[in-house]
Write a protein that binds this ligand. Structure first.
Ligand SMILES: [Zn+2]
Length: 331
């Protein structure tokens, strides 16, 4: 899928993936970067000696302490599937350096996202240093996982930094389960009372410069996520994961896309897969399900290109103009 599957536009190579509309550039807004530090944290919680000892329990590959080989594995996965760029999410508090090193190794293939637990005493320090790191683009908050409200005043200094430094802010809402923790039998003391997208409403109004991303269409709070995005033009929804939450509603993926596009249009939907571990790598099955649903809905190639690629570029480069099929580069 190399060569014929990429285009040179200007000075930049634009990777293209096969879709029912023909070849299109695809950016993935949601890929977890399961670094050595991520596995080390799990190992500590599991009372194991090292990150490596987690591997056999999961049948997953544990990367080396240096992030670059894992970044190279992800870049090779993107090449193999013709994916242009992916947001890599550091998935444990304090791991932003792993993702920053990965993005620095391939800055035209990745965006850098990092998890912060704002209740940790060093949270503000981490946000401060991340905000001035050119390889980090988005702060990720998981209120139900870390048991706080997104509207808690203690978050204001961190959100001010995000606003001043043009960091996007990802806020996980809705149903939350962390597959790897379940597989390891680790107890997760999450609190779903902190998972309502409506909690973001006053925050998004207070910080109009921040671009907020709510993953998985609100993961069970579709109506609330759409209300929020309807009222706040600085809110985007990501489409990632199997969207298993659909079982709570009398909906299918097509209907979820239809309702979302009807309410907020296609310009604020960000395609994502929620890919995470190796050897599975990039989850092309999720991609196939979503492009099939969008094609069956009758979306034009231009609309599809916005969701699959251009909108993520616009979140980070607000000056990128309206969609012009096939002519945009990633820089
Ligand atoms: Zn995820």
């Amino acid at each position: 899928m190399l060569g014929h599957n990429s285009l040179l536009v200007g000075y930049h190579q634009l990777w293209m993936a096969q879709t029912p509309w023909g070849d299109l550039p695809v950016n993935d807004a949601h890929v977890h970067f399961f670094s050595y530090k991520f596995y080390s944290t799990l190992a500590r919680q599991k009372k194991l000696e090292s990150a490596e000892s987690i591997g056999p329990l999961l049948n997953w590959e544990i990367p080396p302490p240096d992030s670059v080989p894992l970044a190279q594995s992800w870049a090779a996965e993107l090449d193999r599937h013709g994916v242009n760029r992916a947001a890599l999410i550091a998935s444990v508090h304090g791991d932003e350096e792993s993702v920053a090193a990965a993005v620095a190794a391939s800055p035209d293939r990745f965006f850098g996202f990092f998890m912060i637990d704002p209740l940790q005493p060093d949270a503000l320090e981490h946000v401060r240093s991340a905000a001035v790191n050119p390889y980090l683009h988005c702060m990720c908050l998981f209120p139900a996982m870390h048991t706080y409200s997104i509207a808690d005043r203690r978050l204001v200094p961190m959100l001010e930094i995000a606003s001043d430094h043009r960091l996007a802010v990802f806020v996980h809402c809705g149903a939350i389960s962390v597959g790897v923790r379940k597989k390891l039998g680790l107890v997760s003391q999450f609190d779903m009372r902190f998972s309502n997208p409506l909690d973001i409403h006053p925050v998004a109004l207070h910080f109009p410069q921040i671009r907020f991303i709510v993953p998985h269409f609100g993961a069970g709070f579709l109506r609330e996520a759409l209300m929020l995005a309807d009222l706040c033009p600085n809110v985007w929804l990501d489409t990632s994961s199997s969207n298993r939450w659909i079982i709570y509603e009398n909906l299918d993926l097509r209907a979820v896309f239809r309702r979302s596009i009807d309410v907020i249009g296609e310009a604020r939907l960000l395609f994502g897969t929620d890919s995470s571990f190796f050897p599975r790598g990039w989850n092309s099955e999720i991609f196939k399900q979503q492009i099939t649903a969008l094609y069956e809905l009758g979306l034009s190639k231009e609309q599809a290109e916005q969701i699959l690629c251009l909108n993520l570029e616009r979140v980070f480069k607000p000056n990128v103009g309206p969609a012009q099929s096939g002519t945009k580069t990633s820089e």
